[in-house]
Write a protein that binds this ligand. Structure first.
Ligand SMILES: Cc1cc2nc3c(=O)[nH]c(=O)nc-3n(C[C@H](O)[C@H](O)[C@H](O)COP(=O)(O)OP(=O)(O)OC[C@H]3O[C@@H](n4cnc5c(N)ncnc54)[C@H](O)[C@@H]3O)c2cc1C
Length: 503
């Protein structure tokens, strides 16, 4: 009788393109395990919406495994203790999992698991699932390795799997095992699971994505024109490789159709190029956290340490979190995020920039708030972007977004603002981005008393902008900053020549 093989599911909640599951299934009876880890669930970057999404993914994964004649063993607790108990009960031979580039808690837990495996002489086979390379050493040639991984064959779900028959002593927990998690106030976050991911991918590649490149920046059009696949990548319902190959093959099909004289909607080729590029960015940013886990807490470029730490303004931070800053586009985005868990890149960059530059608050707490409200929270992308939009990487152009200009560019009719800030419903378009400029008479006429129904701006844009700009340029102009920027670029920067915007 072969010993069982343990497949440890984490942020890879699928059975297709799942090398650990396929490898384990080819060797012996499989135990498919997921563990609700208290430390992860109680951490400040975890929220009810993540839990809800996770549970939906787990239920679907359990259905998939049931169709193969198996089950998902859900346990709760400390990972090492769960492994120890399970080993005593089943005597599993090896652990199979994907590599994970997560937060500091999952990193520490992986170290503990590794030590436990060594002590107990149990093999732990960790297999990459994205383009992130472990123990990379040097960024040279990274993009080529990424392409190689993305073009490798997709691993089909094994058709026949022998599952380890559950011993009586093994208590099966359902997804309600963790009902203690505070439920979320959000009314419309995305639904978890692979079915949703595949549906979104299909609708993006057949209809929604044609205008992606042009429409991704406005919060009005992005909602439909972006893929909306990010939470499914975060929880691994769909692999980046699957998404890459589906888009790559669709592009080839469009080229063939074009050659045959068929009319292809304008925009498709440019949009697919942008989308494929962003799938690479996904891994590029995660690679930064893999290479330097401390960026979850510390500046990429340490010469910026101390720049904002001692000037924290809690009142402004709360106003920002609640969408009460007095800047309508900022407030609309923050309220939209609180309700839906998603907003497009440009708006994410703008709210992060506002917190770091206009409010001059250090990025760590604000990025935790965003981590809790983004359903797609992915630490590697998240902290790299948070730092990038705060000017502390040393290698990115300093970009201070004006919430007034962004409103004029991305929401010229004030439609998005009015959707999320009903207090401003009656305010005319020319005043919608700066309603505090209304006279008392106008406030009466348009039904919005500034300071009562909608707040006055918590900071003055022009003054805050100028101050941030001069402080940033002063900090950036030092010799130490230039030297460190070179080091950050060497360690983390893209080697692609045209990539200034995203490195
Ligand atoms: C401050 C800040 C924090 C962010 N935090 C996260 C996060 O926690 N999780 C997350 O997935 N994305 C994050 N992003 C990146 C980006 O905004 C989202 O990936 C994107 O908006 C998700 O929507 P989508 O799936 O429709 O993306 P699409 O535009 O359809 O892009 C497809 C995929 O490409 C990847 N991608 C797109 N843009 C970027 C980018 N700029 N950097 C890296 N990968 C990208 C994502 O995996 C995305 O799902 C953050 C951006 C900023 C400015």
């Amino acid at each position: 009788m072969k010993k069982p093989q343990l497949v440890w599911f984490k942020k890879d909640l699928r059975i297709e393109d799942h090398a650990p599951f396929a490898e384990a299934a080819s060797r012996g009876p499989v135990i498919a395990l997921f563990v609700y880890e208290d430390e992860i669930i109680n951490a400040p970057d975890y929220a009810g919406r993540h839990h809800q999404f996770l549970n939906e993914c787990l239920e679907e994964l359990n259905d998939q495994l049931s169709r193969l004649g198996g089950y998902l063993l859900i346990q709760r607790g400390n990972l090492v203790q769960v492994l120890q108990q399970l080993h005593e009960q089943t005597g599993f031979e090896q652990i199979w999992s994907h590599e994970e580039t997560g937060n500091a808690i999952s990193y520490r837990r992986d170290i503990a698991v590794s030590a436990w495996c060594r002590e107990n002489r149990i093999g732990w086979n960790e297999i990459p699932q994205t383009g992130v390379v472990r123990r990379l050493g040097n960024r040279d040639g990274w993009a080529g390795r990424w392409a190689q991984r993305m073009n490798a064959p997709i691993i089909p779900a094994p058709p026949n799997v022998t599952f380890y028959s559950k011993p009586e002593s093994l208590h099966l927990l359902g997804t309600s095992a963790f009902s203690g998690i505070a439920s979320d106030s959000a009314s419309s976050i995305q639904q978890g699971g692979r079915k949703q991911a595949l549906q979104l991918q299909r609708s993006f590649l057949t209809e929604r994505g044609a205008g992606y490149r042009k429409e991704m920046s406005s919060p009005l059009t992005a909602e439909e024109s972006c893929s909306r696949l990010s939470p499914y990548f975060t929880f691994g319902c769909l692999s980046i490789r699957e998404a890459y190959q589906t888009a790559r093959d669709y592009r080839a099909e469009l080229y063939d159709r074009k050659k045959d004289g068929q009319k292809i909607a304008p925009g498709w080729f440019g949009s697919l190029k942008s989308y494929l590029g962003r799938l690479r960015w996904h891994c590029h940013f995660m690679q930064k956290l893999e290479d330097e886990p401390s960026i979850e807490f510390s500046n990429f470029s340490r010469v910026y340490d101390g720049l904002r730490e001692n000037e924290w303004n809690e009142e402004w931070h709360q106003a920002w979190c609640e969408g009460q800053t007095g800047y309508p586009l900022i407030d609309a985005v923050m309220r939209c995020l609180n309700e839906t868990g998603w907003i497009n890149f440009r708006m994410r960059a703008m709210v992060m920039s506002f917190s770091s530059y206009h409010l001059w608050n250090h990025w760590r707490e604000p990025s935790l708030h965003l981590a809790r409200v983004f359903t797609d929270y992915e630490p590697g992308i998240h902290y790299s972007q948070a730092q990038m939009q705060s000017g502390v990487t040393g290698i990115n152009t300093i970009r201070i977004y004006s919430p007034i200009k962004q409103a004029a560019d991305q929401d010229p009719q004030g439609e998005f603002i009015k959707r999320w800030i009903p207090e401003l419903e009656g305010v005319p378009i020319d005043l919608i981005a700066e309603p505090h400029k209304m006279t008392s008479m106008e406030q009466m006429m348009f039904g919005c008393d500034i300071g009562k129904q909608y707040p006055k701006p918590i900071v003055e844009h022009a003054i805050a902008y100028k101050s941030a700009q001069s402080r940033m340029f002063a900090a950036r102009g030092t010799k130490a900053a230039r030297i460190e920027a070179g080091q950050v670029q060497k360690k983390h920067g893209s080697r692609k020549r045209s990539s200034r915007a995203w490195r």
